[in-house]
Design a protein around this ligand. Structure first.
Ligand code: PMP
Length: 363
């Protein structure tokens, strides 16, 4: 029939780049010890629960939230030490800020550059926004930046936007600060240092904002124990932040998140104590894994460890752990440099013990 040629089909309408994507997969963790997503294992302490609920109870749900989240901005600036002369924009998770950056800068043929293996959302969001993705391989042996390769790729591709995760996910290491400085200097576009794992390292580029006109620092409250709130923040020269802010949807930080985050930041010492415990557990877990002599443990400044298993065993170990009630992340097949690799989030002492026991049994 004549109308048939007019039938809208998925193939005809959806952009080929989106058709070719696989949706970001979040596995079902029901009933499992959840060590797959770099969450803080500790709940909000009981003594904070009542005052938190009371603060929420005072909020109006019939009104839109403060569109600028002014109180939260002030509180974040004071708690996180964001330089007063820098601009600040908040996102529904740092993922949303990566997307806002891409939307503000995209034009056909422009490029987003990052380092592989790295955080998968840089590539996915480049695709959403119509930017070409350039992935520069990290050094195979230790996942360090290959500075010559990075500078050559910047020269060749002239990226409009470059992301460096510091520490890097999924490898856990910190890149050389001097190499990052060289990359910022050589870049014709913006360079975003993504400090999602800042609570677990003493190193940061936050205090270096302003040293270069094209440096921005991206952070999140997710890994400090507030992943459920979905709150990220991006700091940098006010002129840049003002433009990126134009791509922000109105009211992107809901009133429950604004209130809860202000409350939590006023009790930052509670979350600092938790992240400190996780750092201690990270060293204990790494030492126990190394003592097993069966696998390679990569150094980590984050709240997870990258492990390289005996050749060909990653899938079996991952499934074996799952059948024993422990969910981690299987990275075998995610990138050529991650063959035989698994990633485990540092949990509570009990969770880590359960993981170690399960791993011993599986191996
Ligand atoms: N950046 C990096 C390097 C990450 O690993 C993650 C989360 N896995 C994010 C950003 C996103 O964090 P969120 O959206 O929860 O703020």
């Amino acid at each position: 029939p004549a109308h048939k040629s007019m039938t809208p089909t998925v193939d005809a309408l959806v952009r080929p780049a989106i058709r070719a994507l696989r949706a970001y997969h979040v596995p079902d963790a029901t009933g499992l010890i959840k060590l797959d997503a770099m969450e803080n294992p500790f709940a909000m302490p009981d003594k904070l629960r009542q005052p938190w609920l009371a603060a929420l109870g005072e909020q109006a749900l019939n009104r839109y939230p403060d569109p600028r989240a002014s109180l939260l901005q002030t509180t974040l600036r004071a708690t996180m030490g964001i330089p007063a002369d820098m601009g600040l924009v908040l996102g529904n998770g740092s993922d949303e800020l990566i997307q806002m950056l891409a939307l503000a800068l995209t034009e056909p043929g422009r490029k987003l550059l990052s380092f592989d293996p790295g955080f998968v959302m840089y590539r996915m969001i480049a695709t959403f926004a119509g930017l070409d993705y350039v992935g520069v391989p990290l050094r195979a042996e230790d996942f360090a930046l290959d500075l010559d390769a990075a500078l050559a790729a910047i020269e060749k591709h002239r990226p409009i936007l470059t992301f460096l995760a510091y520490p890097n996910n999924p490898t856990g290491n910190l890149f050389e600060a001097d190499s990052i400085a060289r990359i910022i200097e050589a870049s014709p576009g913006l360079v975003v240092v993504d400090e999602a794992y800042a609570p677990f390292t003493d190193h940061s580029f936050l205090s270096r904002l302003g040293d270069w006109p094209n440096l921005l620092v991206l952070r999140t409250v997710s890994k400090m124990g507030l992943a459920g709130l979905r709150l990220g923040y991006l700091a940098g020269p006010a002129e840049w932040i003002g433009e990126i802010d134009k791509t922000r949807l109105p009211y992107n930080i809901n009133v429950l998140t604004q209130t809860s985050a202000v409350f939590a930041l006023r009790h930052a010492e509670v979350f600092d104590a938790q992240t400190q415990m996780i750092r201690t557990e990270r060293e204990r877990l790494a030492a126990a894994l190394m003592a097993m002599n069966a696998l390679q443990v990569y150094p980590s400044e984050a709240n997870f460890l990258l492990l390289r298993m005996p050749v060909g065993s990653a899938g079996r170990v991952f499934e074996g752990l799952k059948s024993q009630g422990v969910l981690i992340k299987n990275l075998d097949g995610a990138h050529p440099q991650l063959r035989d690799c698994l990633r485990v989030t540092v949990g509570s002492a009990d969770e880590n013990q359960a993981f170690l026991a399960a791993l011993t049994a599986v191996l």
